[in-house]
Design a protein around this ligand. Structure first.
Ligand code: AMP
Ligand code: MG
Length: 393
C-alpha cells in the first residue's frame, strides 16, 4: 500500500490546503428536498490505507457531515496503523517480526478479527485466498519496479513460506503464532473491506444512514440517497478507461472489484497481475475483472480476490454458496472475452440496459459495449474509482 500511498499523498499535496494530513476535502454539497425534509448531499475526498477515499453522505448541515466523515476517516486511519504491511511499526509488521521465534503474540481485537476471518476464508477457498502470500507478493512487487522476473530460486524460497496452516490463532487468549521465520501476512485482499465495514459502523453510530464509503474501489453502502431506490454504481469491464458495462442500484451492502486493470506488469511480452495463486506462487496471467456484491465489505473484498484465483467455475460456485453474495466476472482468454455471472447477479436491481447495452449471457463472447446510460441519471460511483494502483509500489 505504501507506494500507492505515496502517489496519493503527492496528489493530495497538489490539492494544497484541502486534504493534507488525513483531512477531508469537501468536493460538493448540494441540497436535496426529500420527504424527510431538507437533507444536503456532502461529498468528501481524502486518502487512507494508500488508497483514495471518498465518502458521500446526506446530512442536515455541514458541521454534522464533516464531523461524521472525519470520524469515519479517523477509524480507517486507526486500522491502517494496525494493518499496514509497509509501516514497520504497524501491529501487523511487528507480529511478522516474531515469525519463527515460537512466540505467541497477543494482538488487538481488530487484528485478531481480520486474521480469524482470513483464516476462515483460506479454509473455505482451500488456500486460494491466503494472507500468507506476503513473501511472494513482495517479490512480484519488486519485479514490477525493476521490470525483471524474480529468480526461480527466490520464488521457490518465498513459496515455501506460504501456507495459512502456519498461522495458529488462539481465540481465548487472542494470540497469534506464525510458525515459520520469514512469514509475512499481506492485508491487501482483506484490509480495505474490513476498514469500510468499520467506517460504516462509525457513521451509523452518529445517526447518519444515507452514506457511501469508497476506499479505492471497495465500497460500503448504507441507505440510498433520499427518494432514490439505490446508489447508482457502474460496473467496469476490462478496459480501465471504458465506460461502465452496466449500472447497479444498490443499498445496505458492499461492492468490490478485483482485477488487474491498473495493477500489473508486463515482462517478456506476458502480463502478470498483482493477484497471486498461492499454490504456484505465480501471478494470474489472464486479464480478468471480478465485481462482487455482498452483505459486508470484508466478504466482498475477499471474494473478489478468491474468485479471481479460483477462476469462473469454482469461483461462482463459492459465490453461490455465500449468503446474499453475487458476482460477475469478465476474462480475456485465448478464445475471446468471456463473461460469467453468479446465480444471484441478474436478480440485483439495476438500471435497465438499452438495446445496445445488453449484458452478455454466461460464457458468451462479447466486445466491450458502449455505455448508453440516460444523460439525466447520476452515477454515484464507477468501479474502480481512480487508478490507485496505476503506479506500482
Ligand atoms: P484485491 O485487489 O482485493 O483483489 O487484492 C489484491 C491484493 O491482495 C494484492 O495486491 C496482494 O496484496 C493481495 N493478494 C494477492 N494474491 C492474494 C491471494 N491469493 N490471497 C490473499 N491476498 C492476495
Ligand atoms: Mg478485494
Amino acid at each position: 500500500m505504501q507506494g500507492r500511498r505515496l502517489v496519493v499523498d503527492i496528489l493530495i499535496f497538489m490539492l494544497g490546503i484541502f486534504a493534507v494530513g488525513g483531512r477531508l476535502w469537501i468536493d460538493q454539497a448540494e441540497a436535496v428536498e426529500s420527504r424527510e425534509g431538507k437533507l444536503q448531499r456532502f461529498e468528501y475526498a481524502s486518502a487512507a490505507m494508500g488508497e483514495p477515499l471518498r465518502i458521500i453522505l446526506y446530512a442536515e448541515d455541514e458541521p454534522t457531515a464533516e464531523r461524521v466523515a472525519q470520524a469515519a476517516l479517523d477509524r480507517i486511519q486507526q486500522l491502517n496503523d494496525i494493518l499496514s504491511d509497509y509501516d514497520p511499526e504497524s501491529e501487523l509488521s511487528r507480529l511478522c517480526q516474531q515469525a519463527g521465534t515460537g512466540q505467541s503474540v497477543r494482538v488487538s481485537e481488530d487484528l485478531f478479527r481480520v486474521l480469524a476471518a482470513a483464516q476462515r476464508w483460506s479454509e473455505r477457498t482451500e488456500g486460494a485466498f491466503d494472507m500468507t502470500v506476503g513473501p511472494v507478493v513482495r517479490l512480484w512487487r519488486r519485479a514490477r519496479r525493476s521490470r525483471q522476473m524474480p529468480s526461480p530460486s527466490a520464488l521457490e524460497q518465498a513459496r515455501q513460506l506460504v501456507g495459512y496452516q502456519n498461522v495458529l490463532l488462539d481465540p481465548d487468549r487472542q494470540t497469534v503464532l506464525l510458525k515459520k521465520a520469514g512469514m509475512r501476512l499481506d492485508p491487501g485482499g482483506i484490509g480495505a473491506g474490513y476498514a469500510i465495514d468499520e467506517a460504516l459502523r462509525v457513521v451509523l453510530k452518529h445517526g447518519i444512514n444515507r452514506v457511501l464509503i469508497d476506499l479505492g474501489g471497495d465500497i460500503r453502502l448504507g441507505d440510498p440517497p433520499p427518494d432514490r431506490p439505490g446508489w447508482r454504481i457502474g460496473v467496469p469491464g476490462l478496459e480501465p478507461k471504458a465506460p461502465p458495462r452496466e449500472f447497479l442500484l444498490l443499498a445496505r451492502c458492499a461492492v468490490a472489484t478485483s482485477g488487474d486493470a491498473w495493477q500489473f506488469v508486463e515482462l517478456g511480452g506476458r502480463r502478470y497481475s498483482h493477484i497471486i495463486d498461492p499454490k504456484t506462487g505465480m501471478p494470474l496471467m489472464d486479464r480478468c475483472s471480478v465485481t462482487v456484491v455482498a452483505p459486508d465489505g470484508l466478504t466482498a473484498d475477499v471474494l473478489g480476490t478468491a474468485v479471481s484465483v479460483l477462476g469462473p467455475e469454482k469461483g461462482m460456485k463459492l459465490v453461490d454458496q455465500t449468503p446474499e453474495a453475487a458476482a460477475w466476472m469478465i476474462q480475456a482468454t485465448e478464445q475471446g472475452v468471456v463473461t460469467i455471472a453468479s446465480s444471484r447477479w441478474n436478480q440485483l436491481s439495476r438500471e435497465k440496459p438499452s438495446q445496445t447495452e445488453k449484458s452478455s449471457p454466461v460464457g458468451a463472447s462479447a466486445p466491450e459495449p458502449r455505455t448508453t446510460s440516460p444523460p439525466q441519471a447520476k452515477t454515484d460511483l464507477m468501479l474502480p474509482t481512480k487508478p490507485a494502483g496505476a503506479s506500482p509500489p
